[in-house]
Design a protein around this ligand. Structure first.
Ligand SMILES: Cc1cc2nc3c(=O)[nH]c(=O)nc-3n(C[C@H](O)[C@H](O)[C@H](O)COP(=O)(O)OP(=O)(O)OC[C@H]3O[C@@H](n4cnc5c(N)ncnc54)[C@H](O)[C@@H]3O)c2cc1C
Length: 475
């Protein structure tokens, strides 16, 4: 239902720091823009505040109207299903709240709730520091952190949430609180893995780490016939020669000009060129068609995938997971099926299948019940990311991706084992941030942390104001 114009006017009059967009305003179409067009919705009103007080005013307004107003919070806007968008309701778009400040003495980095990782990487670098952030630097600090957060530095320092020291949160009743190990520790627990259900985070403080030296990084590209050997090498590096300074992502995708999807491996080594070359010697020795590896500042690392992850078009983002060693023949089958799919429709040319190979030692050293993050385990994550422009193909492409997602789940179920509970009653294998609502293929994305999360939801958000991203039931 449309928001009455008089209500909109009363909100407009009470805001002091915000840009405000309603249908028909200049800038309104741009204010709806998301990373994927599938995430775009026609909001009733979008506000872009720069103060907490405007956030509180808008939040209170949305909750006090006679007819409830749908509320969405936006940071980087990467939700493909539109959990940071609203049809007809209020969007609080935090993107102008994007300051980053560094305390060199404690090496801590304080980040406003609407910043993207580029803001963090570039500011931290000025102080010779780095934070554990996402691998595509235009993703939002907000969504990525509140769902856990993996990045190139996770091998050394764990998840993004493992390096979160405190957060300022606007609760559903408009109260502003700090959450940390000392203040509101139960809220702090919930924020780290299920955070989008508990409030609007206006500020995150992270532990940073010294990162003055460049890193060894770039892409090695192989023809499809090399897929099994590449996966064998990546399995071996992960399991037989674990090294927390190292990581790799295999990306099945068609580089510009290539006739078919290739096997592209993005490698990372936080060390010298010699160390990187030694680490990836087997990959370097395998015949490849391109090699972009060089020594680069860490602050550039998370821009390397940007050309493959640009804004625009329609996208589906379906998380998969596997328990290493990944079967090379299964990976080969997946590449063949992916190739068949993208070759069948020129509109799908910019799609990809992504498989991460991260050292999980540091991540699993934290007990699963120490934070709300339920998929803390040794399973690795991947994403099937289809990209197309024809909206009439939405159902068809999503159905294909869901089917393939089920096949990955089936592989895991066939293997069995301690970390592989697809029912989700114990540790869950699926990463919450790679599972948009409706896409979780595990039965319970919060696993054994769900009962405590329900209790805390009743305590901190009893009227269920925040319910768009993997809602936690109140009962
Ligand atoms: C191209 C791409 C690359 C990615 N790479 C990685 C990666 O390397 N590592 C990784 O772990 N994940 C990665 N992800 C997944 C990513 O973590 C999630 O998509 C995340 O939700 C994106 O956050 P956002 O702020 O950009 O999105 P948004 O759509 O703005 O937000 C996502 C959800 O979080 C909520 N939210 C956001 N900020 C706040 C806040 N401050 N307070 C309260 N709620 C908030 C929103 O309401 C929404 O429900 C990637 C995703 C994409 C699309």
């Amino acid at each position: 239902m449309a928001i009455p114009p008089s209500s909109i006017e009363s909100l407009r009059a009470s805001l002091t720091s915000s840009l405000i967009f309603t249908p028909g305003d200049e800038g309104y179409p741009e204010s709806l823009r998301r990373w994927s067009d599938t995430g775009r919705k026609q909001a009733g009103i979008v506000i872009q505040p720069t103060t907490e007080s405007d956030i509180v005013t808008a939040l209170n307004w949305s909750q006090s109207q006679q007819t409830p107003i749908d509320l969405a919070i936006k940071c980087g806007g990467h939700s493909v299903s539109g959990t940071s968008s609203s049809s007809g309701g209020l969007v609080i778009d935090l993107s102008r709240l994007n300051t980053v400040s560094v305390d060199p003495s404690s090496q801590t980095i304080t980040v406003a709730g609407g910043a993207v990782w580029r803001d963090v990487d570039e500011t931290a670098a000025k102080y010779g520091l780095a934070a554990v952030g996402g691998t595509v630097n235009h993703t939002g600090v907000g969504g990525l952190t509140l769902g856990g957060g993996y990045g190139w530095l996770s091998g050394q320092y764990g998840l993004t949430i493992d390096n979160l020291l405190s957060a300022r949160v606007v609760l559903g009743n408009g109260e502003i609180v700090t959450a940390s190990e000392r203040e509101n520790p139960d809220l702090f627990w919930a924020l780290r893995g299920a955070g989008y259900n508990f409030g609007i985070v206006t500020e995150f403080t992270f532990q940073g780490y010294e990162q003055k030296d460049p890193v060894y990084a770039g892409i090695l590209a192989y023809t499809p016939d090399k897929v099994e050997r590449v996966i064998e090498i990546l399995n071996g590096l992960l399991l037989d020669k674990p090294d927390p300074r190292s990581g790799a992502i295999a990306i099945f995708a068609r580089p510009p000009g290539a006739p078919v999807p290739m096997v592209n491996v993005l490698v990372f080594y936080n060390g010298t060129q010699e160390e990187g070359e030694a680490r990836f010697a087997e990959l370097l020795a395998l015949e490849h068609v391109a090699n972009t590896i060089s020594m680069i500042p860490y602050s550039q690392m998370n821009s390397l995938q940007n050309p493959m992850a640009t804004y625009g078009d329609r996208k589906s983002f379906k998380g998969v997971f596997f328990n290493p060693p990944l079967s090379p023949s299964f990976a080969g089958t997946m590449l063949a099926e992916f190739t068949e799919k993208v070759q069948s429709d020129a509109d799908l040319g910019a799609s990809g299948m992504i498989l991460e190979f991260y050292d999980m030692g540091k991540t699993v050293s934290v007990p699963r019940d120490a934070t709300a993050f339920a998929s803390r385990g040794t399973t690795q994550n991947g994403i099937i990311t289809l990209r197309w422009s024809d909206a009439s193909k939405d159902l068809e492409h999503r159905a294909w991706a869901r089917d393939v997602q089920e096949r990955w789940k089936g592989l895991l179920e066939g293997e069995g084992g301690e970390n592989l509970d697809v029912r989700g009653e114990a540790g869950v294998p699926q990463y919450i941030n790679y599972a948009e609502p409706g896409d979780a293929v595990v039965g319970n994305i919060y696993g054994s942390n769900l009962p405590r999360l329900k209790e805390l939801k009743r305590k901190f958000d009893p009227t269920n104001v925040f319910r768009k991203m993997h809602p936690i039931p109140l009962d």
